[in-house]
Design a protein around this ligand. Structure first.
Ligand code: SAM
Length: 363
């Protein structure tokens, strides 16, 4: 688990700790990091718990009965999350994504969505879910102000999917949830499929075919070395180029332009106009150069990279009485010193370095 990293805690002449980033006036000029990247996208983990035990993310052997999940009072409250989001919006964030763990396990999530929506009508507010609880909550989420959803689904083959989620959850229930979400107006639905060599690569083409022409967008994700528990090896990665080639052989694709700077997925359109797919090639085609994402952990630590090991404690800023301005200054100072580019320097060796778990930092 990440440790508390004071941003610029220093001792003054009397030997007392001073939190400079918070006390100092905000430096003038645009808030960009050391590689000129702005902050545009905040991912908020609302729980570190999940009702699935996907073998590549929260393997049962590690995340078992005795796993020390966070106690409730360690979690940021909805008010605290909204305060952090407000600071980010003031600094230029236009997109908020709720994730986890499984975000729909957090009770009354629609209340949080309503609070976030009050920060701006134009904000893109999305949620990534495994879909298990989505069918029953989709309408309330939409009514509260959620813009869209991303649903994770790793295979259409029931046996493969049940083996990957490792809680015997059937494909049919996720497909039903996708339909309900689309009917509720949470469209276009994006569908995330993590591809792991030897596990579900045979599902690539069926998945593309199933959602082609539906308006939903499947995004194929290279299996990544997040966290320290999934035993990642480079050999397990099915490169995006191979994923695209397999689909292209069955249903011809043409290259499509990105929608905006920093878009994670590389877009490909079906040549016959029947929609598009995305591939997220974090391993083989690193996109650090354009990464504009910040991540807020369940207990209020700010991470400036998915592959980080340490976060900055914003909960402490809030609970010690920091107001909106103090929080904004702290976030700006953290962002300005950001230099992360993990995916550009990844090797089998860096993959073994300690990193926070994806279920904690949020996917
Ligand atoms: N529980 C929600 C869900 O299942 O979508 C949200 C959290 S989950 C950590 C977010 C996304 O991260 C999912 O699409 C999941 O498949 C993906 N993911 C988890 N571990 C991954 C890994 N090692 N490599 C690539 N993607 C991963």
């Amino acid at each position: 688990m990440a440790t508390f990293i004071p941003l610029t805690d220093v001792r003054d002449a009397r030997g007392q700790l001073v939190r400079r980033a918070i006390e100092a006036p905000m430096a003038p000029g645009p808030v960009v990091d050391t590689r000129s990247r702005p902050v545009a996208d905040l991912r908020i983990s609302v729980t570190d718990r999940c009702n699935f035990r996907c073998v590549y993310c929260m393997p049962k052997g590690v995340f078992g009965r005795d796993y020390p999940f966070l106690p409730h009072d360690a979690l940021l409250t909805f008010e605290e999350i909204t305060q952090v989001a407000r600071a980010f919006v003031a600094l230029g964030v236009t997109k908020l994504r709720l994730t986890g763990g499984e975000p729909l396990l957090r009770r009354k999530l629609e209340r949080l969505i309503g609070m976030l929506r009050s920060l701006g009508d134009d904000l893109d507010i999305t949620l990534t879910t495994n879909g298990a609880l989505l069918a029953r909550k989709a309408r309330d989420l939409r009514a509260a102000g959620l813009s869209r959803v991303t649903v994770s689904l790793d295979s259409l083959d029931d046996a493969t999917f049940r083996a990957m989620n490792d809680v015997d959850f059937p494909v049919a229930r996720v497909l039903e949830a996708i339909d309900v979400a689309a009917d509720a107006g949470l469209a276009p639905v994006k569908i995330n499929m993590v591809v792991k060599r030897g596990m579900n690569e045979d599902s690539i083409v069926p998945m593309a075919r199933r959602f082609r022409g539906t308006g939903h967008i499947v995004r194929f994700i290279e299996y990544m070395d997040v966290g320290a528990t999934n035993g990642w090896r480079m050999d397990d990665v099915v490169p995006a180029s191979e994923i695209v080639a397999r689909i292209h052989d069955a249903m011809p694709l043409v290259d499509a332009n990105p929608n905006y700077r920093g878009e994670v997925a590389e877009r490909w359109a079906y040549a016959d106009g029947n929609g598009e797919i995305g591939v997220i090639a974090s391993v083989t085609q690193a996109f650090c150069r354009d990464c504009t994402r910040a991540r807020l952990s369940t207990e209020g630590k700010l991470y400036t990279c998915l592959f980080a090991n340490e976060g900055f404690d914003l909960r402490e800023v809030i609970r010690s009485g920091g107001d909106d301005e103090a929080l904004k200054r702290a976030v700006a100072a953290i962002w300005r010193q950001r230099a992360d580019r993990y995916s550009e320097i990844r090797t089998e060796n860096t993959a073994r370095e300690p990193k926070v778990e994806m279920s904690y930092i949020g996917g």
